[in-house]
Design a protein around this ligand. Structure first.
Ligand SMILES: Cc1cc2nc3c(=O)[nH]c(=O)nc-3n(C[C@H](O)[C@H](O)[C@H](O)COP(=O)(O)OP(=O)(O)OC[C@H]3O[C@@H](n4cnc5c(N)ncnc54)[C@H](O)[C@@H]3O)c2cc1C
Length: 335
C-alpha cells in the first residue's frame, strides 16, 4: 500500500502518522512544496517580533517521522492529479503514484486587487520564508501598514509594534471565512494595541497604493485617508490551495468537498485541514474549519480512514481558535 500525502502542515503529519500506525508495512510519503522542515505556523508572528528563535520553530509532531519510516520530500509542488491513473505530477517534473492520496495543502492569503499594482510594497505573513522576509525588511523600516481582518491582522500588528515600528492596522472588518474571534475579544485586544501606539483604521479597505520613491509607499484607504509607509504586511484570510485539482474530477467548493469520513467523491482521495470543506453531520452543512488543532484532528482521522478506520468526523467549536496555539490572544497583545 502506498499513501501519498500532499503538504507538510499539521494535517499532513497527523495523517501520515495515523496511517502508519494502522498499516505498519505501507509506504508513507509526504510531498510538500516547502523546503523547510515542518514548523509551527501559528508562531510566525513571534519570529517577526524576535520573541522566538528560528531554532525553536520545529513542529514537535514531526520529530519522530524518520523513526516511523515516513519520508518527507520537499520542493515538490503538486501541479496536477490524474485520478484515473492514481498519479500526481509535480512542478519539478517528477511524478508519484499512490493507492491513497491525501490533499492537505492548507491555504494561501488573499491578495487585495489594490496591491497588485505595487508589487514591491508588500509581503505576506503566511510561511516561514515570509516571516523571515518580513522580519528582515521590518528591521530596515520605520513605518508599516498591516492589512487584514481579525486574528491575523492583530498578530501581525502586535509583532511589528513589538520591534518598535510605527504601525497602522487597516482592519477591513469581519473575516468572510471561518469563525471570527469573538467581538468582545477583538474589541479588547484592539484597545490594547491602541494603548501600545498602533493606529487602528477600522472598517475600510486599501483602495490604492502609490510608489512614492521606490522605498516609500502611500496607502490610500477607501475612506480617503492616506498613510505613508515603507512596508505593507498582508495578513489576510487564507483560501484553500487546491487549484492543482482542476480537471482531476475531485469536487470542490471553496475547499475540497469531503464527506463525514473526510473522503472526496473519488473513493481513494481524502482531504483534511484548512483546504477541506468538511461535511458536519450535526449541522448538515459543509464548512471549512480553519485552525491548527482542527487540522491535526482531521489529519488523524483521514489517515486512519485511508487505512480502513471508517470513523466519522465530529466537529466541535474548540477545534478552531478557541484554543490558540501558545498563549491566549488577550495575554499576547497585552504583554
Ligand atoms: C501567521 C499565522 C498565525 C496563525 N495562528 C494560529 C493560531 O494561533 N491558532 C490556530 O489554531 N491557527 C493559527 N493559524 C492557522 C493555522 O496555521 C492553520 O489553520 C493550520 O496550519 C492549517 O494546517 P494545514 O495542515 O491544513 O495546512 P498548512 O499548515 O497551511 O500546511 C499546508 C502545507 O501544504 C503546502 N502546500 C500548499 N500547496 C501545495 C502543493 N500544491 N503541493 C505541495 N505542497 C503544498 C504548504 O506549503 C504547507 O506546507 C495561523 C496561521 C498563520 C498564517
Amino acid at each position: 500500500m502506498r499513501y501519498l500525502i500532499l503538504g507538510s502542515g499539521p494535517a499532513a503529519i497527523a495523517a501520515a502518522k495515523s496511517a502508519r500506525n494502522l498499516d505498519g508495512k505501507a509506504e508513507v510519503l509526504i510531498a510538500t512544496e516547502e523546503h523547510a522542515a515542518p514548523y509551527l505556523r501559528p508562531c510566525l508572528p513571534d519570529l517577526v517580533s524576535g520573541e522566538m528563535e528560528l531554532s525553536a520553530f520545529a513542529d514537535p509532531q514531526a520529530k519522530d517521522l524518520p523513526g516511523l519510516r515516513i519520508e518527507v520530500r520537499g520542493g515538490k509542488r503538486a501541479r496536477r492529479v490524474d485520478a484515473a491513473k492514481n498519479r500526481v505530477a509535480f512542478s519539478d517534473g517528477s511524478e508519484e503514484t499512490y493507492n491513497f492520496l491525501l490533499v492537505a495543502t492548507g491555504g494561501r492569503p488573499i491578495l487585495p486587487l489594490s496591491l497588485m499594482g505595487a508589487p514591491g510594497s508588500f509581503l505576506f505573513l503566511n510561511s516561514l520564508g515570509d516571516a523571515r522576509r518580513v522580519r528582515e525588511r521590518a528591521m530596515r523600516s520605520d513605518t508599516t501598514v498591516v492589512y487584514g481582518p481579525g486574528y491575523l491582522g492583530i498578530e501581525a500588528a502586535r509583532a511589528l509594534r513589538h520591534i518598535g515600528l510605527q504601525v497602522a492596522w487597516v482592519n477591513p472588518g469581519l473575516p468572510r471565512f471561518g469563525n471570527p474571534i469573538s467581538g468582545d475579544v477583538e474589541a479588547r485586544v484592539t484597545e490594547q494595541l491602541r494603548g501600545k501606539g498602533v493606529k487602528v483604521v477600522e472598517g475600510t479597505e486599501i483602495a490604492d497604493v502609490l510608489d512614492v520613491d521606490g522605498r516609500t509607499y502611500s496607502v490610500v484607504t477607501a475612506g480617503g485617508e492616506e498613510i505613508r509607509c515603507s512596508l505593507i504586511v498582508v495578513a489576510t484570510e487564507r483560501l484553500p490551495n487546491i487549484g492543482f485539482l482542476e480537471g482531476s474530477g475531485v469536487k470542490a467548493g471553496a475547499g475540497v468537498l469531503v464527506d463525514e469520513y473526510l473522503r472526496t467523491n473519488v473513493s481513494n482521495i481524502y482531504a483534511a485541514g484548512d483546504c477541506a470543506e468538511v461535511y458536519d453531520i450535526n449541522r448538515r452543512e459543509s464548512r471549512i474549519n480553519f485552525g491548527w488543532r482542527s487540522a491535526i484532528k482531521q489529519g488523524q482521522l483521514a489517515g486512519e480512514n485511508m487505512a480502513g478506520g471508517g470513523k466519522v468526523y465530529i466537529r466541535n467549536t474548540e477545534d478552531y481558535f478557541g484554543l490558540l496555539y501558545g498563549s491566549p490572544l488577550p495575554d499576547r497583545a497585552g504583554s
